[in-house]
Design a protein around this ligand. Sequence first.
Ligand SMILES: [Zn+2]
Length: 101
Amino acid sequence: MEFLKRCPSCGKRFVVKVDREVLVDKEEDTVKRVRDLAMPRAIAGGGSFMPVAALTFEIPIERDTFEVSYECKHCHHQWKETLVVVKKEGAKGKPTSITRA
Ligand SMILES: [Zn+2]
């Protein structure tokens, strides 16, 4: 695998190859999403929409941490970088909490 990267040692581009990519950490986490629930004001007695409640969803995500080793083909400088990839899942399921507006 080759990368269009800049070597931190000699500063040349297009001369970097990825040596290896190692999964060092896998983390499961959740992120919170709040969605407003609105109701037409015509029903509530008005013109537009009126928020009636806020729904809170907890979305499970996966956070993968990779350690990527690079080697410059030009000067053979070697270095490592940490790459974090977040995989998100859709906001499905039931809300975990409902707050009335
Ligand atoms: Zn270099």
